[in-house]
Design a protein around this ligand. Structure first.
Ligand code: MG
Length: 396
C-alpha cells in the first residue's frame, strides 16, 4: 500500500493566540508570537511532534502540508533539520476542506490512500496509525474515533434538557482519517458545498460511502488553547530526567579593561583581567551548563593558551556550548546566579543583564535569576580586587 499524508495546518490558531496573549505578555519577550504549530513544545515545534510518527512509517510515501502563506520557508528549514523525507508545502485555504483540497491536488496520484491529519495532534500512537492503515485495506474510508465517556444531553434552544443521549452510540471523531483517493476526489467534485465540510468523513458520508470506525483508548488531543498546550508539555516532560550543574568563576579587576558582566558593559574604572573578555557571570553559567551535561569545564573547551580565543566575546562561547547541549538533546530550564562584587552597585544593571542572559539561554525572563551582593569588605571581592560569580543551571 502506498499512502499520501495531508497535514491540515491552514488555520490561524486564533483560540490559541487569544489564550496565549496574557501568558506571553507576562513571560515572553515582546515581538510577534509564532503561529500555534510553530510554537515550541518541549524543545520542538508542535508540527514536528505531529509529523514524527508518520515520518517513521514506511507506508507513507509523502507528506503535503497545507499551511498559511509565508510559512513555506520555515517548514522547509524544519524538514532539513529533521531529515524529513518528501515533504511538500501548499497554501492553506479559508476552510479546512479547502486546505485539504489544495493539498490533495499536490499529492502523487500513484498513492491510492490518503490520510488527513490535524497539524495540532502531536500524540498519535504508532500502533493506532498501523491499525488505521490496516483497516484501510478493507474499507474505502476509515475514521479514528474515541468512545464518548461523559453523559451527553440534548438541550432545547432555551437551555433545558430535551433528552439524554445513549452514549454507547456515540464517538468523538478524531484524526487521522484515511480515505481512498478516488473516493475523496469524487466527494470534492460531487458534493455541493464540499468546502464547508468540517472533516473528510462527513464529505464522503454525503456520497453514501460507508465509513469504518477504528476506536482507541489513548490520548490523542487536538491542541486548541494554551491550556492544552501546557498539559501537552507536562505530558512530554513527565519522564525526562532533570539535571543541575554548578559553576563558579573569579576574575581579578584591573584598570584599562572594559567591565563585561552578563554580556553587557558596566561603567566602572576597572574591569576583569582575562584571556577572553573576562565575563565572569557568563563563564560561571557556561561551567554550570557543562557540569549539568557532564562535559568538562570551560578551560577544556576554550583554552587560555589558544590565541583563537584571545579577547573572545563570552556570549560566543556560551553559544557554542548551547549548540552542544541541543545536539545532545538537552533543554535548558532555568539559571540561577549570584554576583559577588563590592563596587560598583549593580542594581541599575540587573534587569538588563537578566534580559540579556535570558535571550542567550533561550529562556523566558522568569526562568533566569541574577542576584548581586557585596562581600562586606572581606576577602579579595570585598577589597574590590576581584569579581566572583556563581551559577546553577537546570536542564532536561
Ligand atoms: Mg573566567
Amino acid at each position: 500500500m502506498r499512502a499520501s499524508l495531508i497535514i491540515a495546518a491552514g488555520g490561524s490558531g486564533s483560540r490559541f493566540q487569544k489564550t496565549l496573549r496574557p501568558v506571553a505578555a507576562s513571560k515572553m519577550a515582546p515581538g510577534p508570537l509564532p503561529p500555534k504549530l510553530f510554537y515550541p513544545l518541549a524543545g520542538k515545534s508542535l508540527l514536528e511532534h505531529t509529523l514524527a510518527v508518520f515520518q517513521k512509517n514506511p507506508r507513507i510515501q509523502e507528506t503535503v502540508i497545507a499551511a498559511p502563506e509565508g510559512l513555506g520557508k520555515l517548514i522547509r528549514t524544519m524538514a532539513k533539520k529533521n531529515r524529513w523525507r518528501s515533504v511538500k508545502v501548499t497554501r492553506g485555504g479559508k476552510t479546512r476542506a479547502e486546505s485539504v483540497w489544495n493539498a490533495l491536488r499536490k499529492t502523487d496520484p500513484k498513492n491510492t490512500v490518503v490520510l488527513v491529519q490535524d497539524g495540532a495532534r502531536p500524540f498519535l500512537p504508532e500502533e493506532t496509525l498501523n491499525r488505521l492503515l490496516e483497516a484501510s485495506k478493507n474499507h474505502e474510508a476509515v475514521l479514528l474515533g474515541k468512545k464518548v465517556v461523559p453523559t451527553i444531553k440534548e438541550i432545547s434552544l432555551e437551555g433545558s434538557v430535551k433528552r439524554t443521549i445513549d452514549r454507547k452510540a456515540l464517538i468523538e471523531a478524531e484524526t487521522p482519517q484515511v480515505l481512498n483517493r478516488e473516493l475523496l476526489e469524487r466527494a470534492y467534485r460531487e458534493v455541493p458545498q464540499a468546502f464547508q465540510a468540517t472533516d473528510e468523513s462527513s464529505l464522503v458520508e454525503t456520497l453514501g460511502a460507508r465509513v469504518h470506525v477504528v476506536t482507541h483508548e489513548g490520548w490523542n488531543p487536538k491542541i486548541t488553547t494554551y491550556k492544552d498546550f501546557e498539559l501537552a508539555e507536562a505530558y512530554l516532560n513527565q519522564n525526562r530526567v532533570v539535571r543541575t550543574g554548578f559553576g563558579r568563576d573569579t576574575h581579578r579587576l584591573v584598570p584599562k579593561r572594559k567591565f563585561w558582566l552578563g554580556g553587557i558593559v558596566i561603567p566602572y574604572e576597572k574591569g576583569p583581567l582575562g584571556h577572553s573578555d573576562g565575563d565572569a557571570l557568563i563563564h560561571a553559567v557556561i561551567d554550570a551548563l557543562l557540569g549539568a551535561m557532564g562535559k568538562g569545564d570551560i578551560g577544556e573547551w576554550f583554552s587560555d593558551q589558544d590565541p583563537k580565543f584571545k579577547n573572545i566575546a563570552s556570549p560566543k562561547m556560551l553559544k557554542k556550548v548551547m549548540e552542544e547541549s541541543r545536539a545532545e538533546g538537552f533543554q535548558i530550564q532555568h539559571a540561577d546566579t549570584v554576583i559577588i562584587l563590592e563596587k560598583p552597585k549593580l542594581g541599575p544593571y540587573k534587569k538588563q543583564m537578566k534580559q540579556h542572559l535570558a535571550k542567550l539561554l533561550g529562556l523566558r525572563e522568569n526562568n533566569v535569576s541574577i542576584k548581586a551582593k557585596t562581600a562586606e569588605g572581606l576577602g579579595p571581592e570585598g577589597e574590590g580586587l576581584a569579581v566572583t560569580c556563581e551559577a546553577l543551571v537546570t536542564i532536561r
